[in-house]
Ligand binder design. Structure first.
Ligand code: F6R
Length: 254
């Protein structure tokens, strides 16, 4: 199903696999149109299926990463590069090592840096020099975070250090041996950085995302729901599975 809410284009797909295939098609269309652009990637459970499809498309010859550059949204801080929960490891395992990306075009925030402010401003500069992000992939936290921009009193600006909320630490504990091992901070593109992307593709899957998706699309624009700012971006697509869309259906029916 496809429809629009304000400026936002919404695709609702039957299940996780169909959501992943739709997202991969949207990415592929963009990458074929602009093969040397800068693309923003997310980690977490949600985009894994899409990355699997992108790898298949690459193997079939339908997708060429050789000229693309990539910028990941965020990285835990501090985290050692040999910790298998670091986002660099995630991206290498799921995508980067499986396609023909030029290693020098891969950009991630360094979770081991001793100088976070320099690291973050250099990242902003690199995005700028790459011509800005043409398509940014996003997941969404159950608290509405995008990147690691947590609910707060204001929308963040540039890339910087963020404190993870209890909610995010609880949600992400599933990836670590125990909750104590989840880093308490992260480096993240800011909301302004994300909003500067030409196009945004937000993915969500599962019933546990249905309330926040409904708040994001229909609720007040507020830094308490960071993703709600997407309502004022001109080129956003949201791809959901039916479970994540349940809140939208309820809203449209009432
Ligand atoms: C990850 C990121 C986060 C996740 C969000 C959802 O790079 O920036 O905003 O997209 O926490 O995570 P999952 O997909 O695991 O539910």
């Amino acid at each position: 199903m496809f429809f629009k809410i304000g400026n936002i284009k919404i695709h609702i797909e039957k299940d996780y696999n169909a959501m992943s295939a739709r997202a991969a098609d949207i990415f592929t269309e963009a990458a074929v149109k602009n093969p040397s652009g800068a693309y923003g990637f997310a980690t977490g459970s949600t985009p894994i299926g899409m990355y699997n499809v992108l790898v298949e498309k690459y193997k079939e010859g339908a997708l060429d990463f050789s000229q693309l550059s990539t910028f990941n949204l965020d990285e835990y801080y501090p985290i050692k590069s040999d910790n298998d929960q670091c986002y660099r490891c995630f991206m290498e395992q799921r995508l980067f090592n499986l396609v023909n990306l030029n290693k020098s075009n891969i950009n991630l925030l360094n979770g081991e840096t001793g100088d976070t402010s320099r690291e973050c401003s250099a990242y902003e500069e690199k995005i700028h020099l790459a011509g800005g992000i043409v398509l940014q992939i996003l997941g969404i936290g159950t608290n509405g975070h995008i990147g690691f921009n947590e609910p707060g009193d204001y929308f963040s600006g540039a890339t910087g250090v963020v404190n993870l909320t209890k909610n995010t630490i609880d949600d992400n504990a599933r990836f670590f041996e125990n909750r104590d091992q989840v880093p308490r901070k992260a480096l993240s593109m800011g909301i302004r950085t994300i909003m500067s992307s030409k196009e945004i593709l937000l993915l969500a899957s599962g019933k546990n995302k249905s309330q926040i998706i409904s708040d994001t699309l229909f609720g007040r624009i507020t830094p308490q729901v960071p993703a709600s700012i997407l309502q004022v971006h001109r080129h956003v697509r949201v791809v959901l599975d039916e479970a994540a869309a349940e809140g939208i259906n309820n809203r449209l029916l009432t």
